[in-house]
Design a protein around this ligand. Sequence first.
Ligand code: MG
Length: 310
Amino acid sequence: MNNPLTTVLSGMPERVDIYEVGPRDGLQNESTVLGVEQKAEFIRRLVAAGLETVELTSFVPASWVPQLSDAEELVARLGSLPGRHPVLVPNERGLERALAAGVKEIAVFASATESFAQRNLNRSVAESLRAFRPVVERALGAGLAVRGYVSMCFGDPWEGAVAPAQVSAVASELAEMGCGEISLGDTIGVATPGQVVEVLDTLVAAGLETEWLAVHFHDTYGQALANTMTALQCGVTTVDSSAGGLGGCPYAASATGNLATEDLVWQLHGMGITTGVDLEALCRTSLWMAGLLGRPSPSRTVNALASSFD
Ligand code: MG
């Protein structure tokens, strides 16, 4: 059986937009550094498998993320592809590089907590938002779309619990700046469904519409799909995931793997929800990528289907 049987579940959206993060969030967390043509081929295969939104890379300094130090070359090599292809931009210098490369959409990365903002961005939450404002304004002025990520929305390794009001304040400021989509990240994968409802309810009460929101769950404690289901029931229709569950080694103590796109697609198609994705083509891509990385995909669906592809 290469596809799930379908039984429609009421209360669910008819369509979910998958925001594929494998080439950026996935590969930046893999210890193996791929060549630029391997990355380009990966992205072409993801697009050919029906993924309409694929985040390509990050215009961070090469010293920060050596895995993605070929951003310009990758974007140039890909040329024009159908769909949305955002790139991560950490600051004005990154935006200049992205504009020069001709990208149409960027993403900026904020934090809901002070501890992560200090460690990851070397600034307070307020300082980092102030620094993003001119970047977002300039991007919008140049006709680009802007996505805002908020990390540590459901728990923080240094602070523990995160107040939903903190998430709401950061998300609201990003929306007010002009970010057309806000992705709520469970960066350490600790969320459970009740919390998802609580955070989303808080954001909606603050005036953020669910159609502007995306969810970004990690499967560290096996909760990513349950949390996704809950978010869909709350009205969210954009879900971040990573082909083959790329990002974070499942054998390391610090594993914080992304939700695997294949596992998400199996669940969505099983509920009769349209994604546009060809599950077999996507699984074949992840098996090929697992070969390049020299380790099996952590996706249950990739592994369950692999034997039927011979
Ligand atoms: Mg992630």
